[in-house]
Design a protein around this ligand. Sequence first.
Ligand code: GLA
Length: 693
Amino acid sequence: MSRHFRIDDARQTLVLAAKGDRLPQVVYWGARLPDGEDLDTLHAAHAIDVTGGMLDENPDLSLCPEATRSFPGQPGLILRDSDGTPLLPKFCYQSHSQDAALALIYSDAANGLTLTFSFAIDPDTHMITCRTALDATRPVHLHWLAAPVLPAPQHADEMIDFAGRWIGEFQTNRTAWSAGMRYRENRTGRTGHEHFPGLIVPCRGATNTQGEAYAFHYGWSGGHRMIAEELPDGRRQIQWGHAARMETAPATRFETAPLYITYSDSGLNGCATAFQRHLRDRIVTWPKPDSPRPVHYNCWEAVYFDHKIPVLQDIANRAAALGAERFVLDDGWFGQRDDDTRSLSDWTVDARKYPDGLHPLIDHVHRLGMSFGIWFEPEMINEDSDIHRAHPDWVLGSEDQTLGRQQKALNMALPEVRDYLYDRMSAILRDYPIDYIKWDHNRVLPMPDAAQTRGSYALLDRLRTDFPMVEIESCASGGGRIDFGIMQRTQRVWLSDSNDALERLRIQHDAALFLPMAVTGSHVGPRHCHTSGRVLDMSFRAWVAAQRHMGFEMDPRELDETETATLKEVTAWWKANRDWMCGADILRLDSADPAVLAEQQLARDKDRFVVFAGKAATSTQISPRPLRLTGLDPQATYRITLANRNTLHRLSRGTTALKTEALKLSGAYLMNHGITLPWSFPERMWVVEGQRL
Ligand code: GLA
């Protein structure tokens, strides 16, 4: 007897099948199957043959491979009884239900364990959300629990996962599949610059715009483990879960975070748009969904800790004149915070800097028509702080631990710590009209601990419930805490501390594999970049910021007339386009020139688009290679214009038509031949707007 379950959207089908009462395995995941496909036959057809040197039957690659069933790879569950005895579970079918979601319940009576798998598919975003829960009849110790385990395609030669560092987030790693496993484990206790929890498995020949790909994201902020293993028989399994041994106490229930998975038949972009849409339209809750995303001004790189009300007011005047709509007061307003050695956790306004509180600054900002945001780093504490002096026991980890940016983390599992933070933060939010928090997390934890992450989530949830109109930005020295778990509670990410437009162009490009424009902060930095020393043209800086949720983060007093005019112009362009761009898909283009990083933001109705072609380096060849567009209607005619032709350089001497006029071209031409752009310097961006006629 075989049991099977099927879930579909218009693009993909996932079929689970089980022999008798055993745990089910994914026997098909890929392009949509016909409705009438016979799943019994499909299951039988899926069985792989046996020859010498093999077991008489191939152990299933089930949703939770069991060590007891001769499985030749990593098991999906490792646990011990409360006295430390290893448990070797063997699960049997108990029940299932399938309505909005598919739930499968399997139990192990001998060990008193129950496993529940759930799968929900979103027909609009093409995202499948799945998770695994384990219940025990008495407290047990968990070492490892995988979210539903999936097979990886056989017609793939490599996998793409992510690494990174401070000011260098979202670096893609391409690793060839081979026997054995690729094992990523993030034991830093936060999502981390180093370990974005994502994986893309492109099938042979897939590019950004074409071919098949499978993608995975684990929505958890406390550090994950990923196993991508090729078994001795050639099958491949993908496992995701919390980093091992993060559950420090025995318990009767454990649950993985949601694992988000999707199949694409339109290259990496099909995966990227599934993540972008799902994050923006299903995960993030927007306090004011119909309001435009405001242009930000953040004062960090202008004043750092040196807060003086008249200076900040002057800066606010200039920021508003440039087009800013929200002023964010960064680090330095509380305790005695004159540098980063002190005061974290003393969340009261510094009366030396703000003798009348924040009102004079906030009133001024409001008079300029901007809203007001403020920086917190709630989970952190400096030894030099009143709270540390009063409650040294609130710290997570040992007293002699290594500090990070001179700070320690608070133990967020302690209710008194969460209550204290809630009281201080809610007092500030009640005393002042604040509609935005930049929520920072500037060090890794002394050890991974799931209770810490749950504590952070609980504080966020409580503040969100009581202050539902306050938006929150997730920052962790830039992009150190970006994942769908934190994004369930926040509306924006500070993608990187790098305001170097050249670096940002690359980071944004790769982050777009998961993040939509609406949540991705991007600011115009100082002329002399503080994190790279580069000097970049204002036009390039402004257009790179205009690719995402735009803001400014330089001292506006440094701007000359030309820079001011350019920045105002690009900001006005962004405001005129942000509404449709916020709902658009970011499609990464297959640029023929490796020096050009290009993307196309395409409205959902495909009626309009904008192409950003960033020239990240000097090209090898002398003339620009045509840039092929994607996702257009081949039969439709589009009117395309070079939005920033005023940045043409005199060294561009030819007659490329786009330099002087709008062109009407078919989608077929734009996708098959591509746009011929004018020559330009490196570190410049061409912006091409398109409209369906
Ligand atoms: C972190 C953030 C920065 C800034 C500083 C303030 O580094 O990433 O944007 O807020 O903290 O200390």
